[in-house]
Design a protein around this ligand. Structure first.
Ligand code: AAO
Length: 475
């Protein structure tokens, strides 16, 4: 079956709402996801029950579940050596149990699918679950003929991102590059993805999709059930020929321009109003865009704003979650000072199953290895309910006063943020009904915002975010 762009979009959304329908109370589900980077399966299951389900999150993006090379770095997860579900993050049974427990509270699972390549090791080795491998040989799965040998650069590594052939047939940082045009390779990948679907996952992030021809991604996806959610990672790169738009036939894509446009506002210190027609330049259409403030790569690289920026990071998340563009995913990882450092491990070398039900609820000085738990921050988690409350209401033009900015989702809710160093007062003309609303970003309705005669008045401390919506009127 060939999917059109529009069909891809509808299927992606249908799959997300499918996850929503399994909830006991589907009215409390949102489209908001959370990337629980390097969190083990048992901890994610606990997290679904203790924080994600109650807050209304719709889905979790996991780290890659397949067997990988051994090592302490987080990125070993991105070097598959077999498709056994046995890794430092947990066993097959633990993965299956996580999917069931999350589904039972209405939270879908999107698995990170590493299908562009296998390991980046030059010497033979043995994987986490005991599988023997060589750079281009994975017994029972792939032999040397299943890999590209691009012959375009001295060592077969990608050197020039402006050369499509290099990007799609050479090796990304020495990772053995699968020939995804070959029937055997496609069938092997499809079998792996179908195995994950048989355990109940809703879909996949396609890792390094830019390095797989879009036609190959589409051919693989066409072999999967029609309601499988697909989110392709295609980093929009200046002057590069491989564009995110090419991958819309397979589903949604991560829109890196969104993160860049959002982050720069906290570097420049001034807010900019986006094009509210939702035909934003250098952006894919809203209904096929996955948006984020940062992710596990960008927080180690290009992101202008991360957990280290505390209140400003919360503001960026609030603006994203209040927006009417894209499907948002909140990023929740762990603190680090060494780019390569993995998550904390147990004595047996597996990742510590630490969740977020207790502990961090806001910006703080995290020690290396501490989970940042962004998705439970007081100034972020209630935005999931905000998103449910505003529904499809369009975003209206905002108001900027010095370092503060506010905008409304027509008649349903409004947010305000202040990135200045002193208190700011901002009045927003609004179509919300006159009432006194709880500022949902302050626990227990301890702060209220009054809408009087079509005007909301926000008083914001330095670094504060504020949000009101029609489902949270003060009593
Ligand atoms: C590790 C070691 C390597 C070793 C290798 C094999 O670090 O030294 O050679 O093992 O032994 C992760 C880690 C890697 C790790 C790898 C395997 O990040 O360090 O290598 O696992 O263990 C490109 C891809 C993109 C990819 C990104 C990292 O296009 O798909 O590189 N992301 C995914 C995952 C990532 C993972 C892999 C893929 C591999 O999310 O975690 O790697 O499975 C430009 C291009 C981008 C390109 C970047 C990076 O981006 O456009 O396509 O991403 O460069 O070089 C501006 C520009 C933008 C530019 C960006 C760079 O914003 O506008 O164009 O800056 O930040």
């Amino acid at each position: 079956m060939k999917r059109t762009v529009a069909a891809g979009a509808i299927l992606a959304l249908a799959a997300l709402s499918l996850a929503a329908c399994s909830s006991t109370d589907e009215t409390t589900r949102s489209d908001v996801g959370v990337q629980l980077f390097q969190m083990p399966w048992t901890a994610i299951a606990d997290e679904c029950e203790s924080t994600l389900g109650p807050a209304g999150y719709g889905w979790v993006l996991t780290s890659p579940p397949q067997e990988s090379i051994t090592g302490d770095e987080w990125w070993v997860s991105y070097q598959p050596v077999s498709y056994q579900l046995d890794s430092r993050l947990g066993t097959r049974d633990e993965f299956a149990d996580m999917v069931k427990r999350c589904d039972a509270v209405g939270v879908g699972i999107i698995a990170d699918a590493v299908i562009n390549h296998m390991s980046g090791q030059s010497a033979p080795g043995t994987g986490f679950a005991g599988s023997a491998y060589e750079h281009d040989s994975y017994p029972g799965l792939y032999e040397p003929a299943d890999f590209h040998d691009c012959g375009l650069t001295g060592d077969n590594d990608i050197r020039n991102y402006r050369d499509r052939a290099q990007v799609q047939t050479c090796e990304l940082v020495n990772l053995a590059d699968l020939d995804t045009s070959a029937p055997h390779v496609r069938a092997t990948i499809v079998a792996y993805l179908n195995d994950l679907l048989s355990l109940g996952v809703d879909g996949f992030r396609i890792d390094a999709a830019k390095h797989i021809a879009a036609t190959d991604v589409e051919a693989i996806v066409a072999e999967l059930p029609a309601n499988t959610t697909i989110m392709s990672e295609v980093i929009r790169g200046s002057g590069e020929p491989v564009l995110p738009e090419e991958y819309l036939g397979a589903g949604s894509v991560f829109e890196f321009t969104y993160a860049r446009d959002l982050g720069i506002q906290f570097v420049s210190g001034s807010f900019t109003e986006p094009d509210l027609s939702n035909e934003r330049p250098q952006h894919v259409p809203s209904d096929q865009a996955i948006v984020f403030v940062d992710n596990h790569d960008t927080e180690r690289g290009e992101a202008q704003i991360t957990y280290r920026d505390g209140d400003a990071y919360a503001m960026a998340n609030v603006l994203m979650l209040a927006d009417d563009y894209g499907t948002p995913v909140v990023y929740s990882g762990y603190a680090f000072s060494d780019r390569d450092a993995g998550a904390k491990t147990t004595a047996s070398g597996t990742i510590e199953p630490v969740g977020c039900a207790e502990g961090a609820h806001g910006p703080q000085d995290f020690a290396d290895g501490d989970r940042t738990c962004i998705h439970v921050w007081d100034a972020i988690a209630p935005m999931v309910a905000f998103r449910i409350a505003v529904g499809e209401a369009p975003r209206l033009p905002g108001v900027m006063v010095d370092d503060a900015y506010a905008f409304e989702r027509e008649g349903r809710g409004a947010v305000a943020v202040n990135q200045g160093e002193s208190e700011a007062t901002l009045t927003l003309p609004t179509t919300m009904p006159d009432a006194t609303y709880c500022d949902v970003l302050v626990p227990e309705c301890a702060v209220t915002v009054t809408v009087d005669n079509g005007t909301a008045t926000f008083t914001l401390a330095a670094g504060q975010s504020s949000a009101i919506h029609v489902e949270a009127v003060a009593r």
